[in-house]
Design a protein around this ligand. Sequence first.
Ligand code: F6P
Length: 360
Amino acid sequence: MKDKKRIGILTSGGDCAGLNAVIRSVVHHAMGTYGWDVVGIREATHGLMSRPPQVLDFDLNTIDRLLLMGGTILGTTNKGNPFAFPMADGTLSDRSQEIIEGYHSLALDALIGIGGDGSLAILRRLAQQGGINLVGIPKTIDNDVGATEVSIGFDTATNIATEALDRLHFTAASHNRVMILEVMGRDAGHIALAAGISGGADIILIPEIPYKMANVCRKIRQRQEMGKHFCLVMVSEAVRTEVGDQITELKALGEDRLGGIGQYIAEQIAQQTGAETRVTVLGHIQRGGIPSPVDRLLGSAFGVAAVDLIAQEKFDQIVAWQNRQIVSVPIAEAIKTYRTVNPKGTLVKTARGLGICLGD
Ligand code: F6P
């Protein structure tokens, strides 16, 4: 491989805070330290599928202010698996070869893909099929990528959820209400648990711990008996109803998305305790906005480490945060396990120690 490299970078899957910090870091280190060229690929693999490929050429002047910008300046998508791409006529088509050809037409030596486990699995399959030198960077507010203790976006999302709970606290106390906050996280309850503890929730429901409404209502009554007539309830979007049904919203284009469990919990609490309840669904507020210092720091560190992996020609790896440092892990191994909350882990023990009801 030649000394002066030309590398591509793309963001894939749902956006989150900190992606631009990664892009900035990659451009800084690759161009500033190594003197390479960096090509930004627009809208994940869609940019490589377009003809000509849709790209953004970087120079060291184009990255000003990226550190504090939310979203991704490259654009992204969490739709359109290229191996079963939805076509206008309703059929699914394998468009992987177009992406591979798009990549090679840009004469790239390597590609940095920033994504969650789904995106990283797709990118790896493309890389194996098409001889792409891939390095991955884990991002997702859900914090469920197996190999890393923390992914880009999780800290900002947790901060936002904590602040939301802080704000609800005052209204709950002023009106003697039970306030329910529904947060994202897919099948992992990391945001709900972390923000619930940080924000002083009385009850936290996560998908990893089955609950009984009777236990939730008992906690509310106990607080009432202590003269505390308000209650803060944190619920993660993939929590099921008591009988195990998953609640989803049907969006305009017929897609199911998790959402609505907060309303169910509120109705059950109102019926069983007579308490006045209100629901806040935080939704995409958790993904956007200015990244927290931790996400800027992690994004900067991941970006530098990913460029160094390319310099060492160590491919098919992701960078990960483990035991207070950055390591690299083979992508296949990194996405093998889906990291949900450990029901016997430290944060669950912390919540129990604080008397927070987890519904079980
Ligand atoms: O995976 C990130 C995430 O924000 C999940 O927490 C959430 O369930 C989902 O994406 C929402 O996806 P969309 O942006 O397509 O509504």
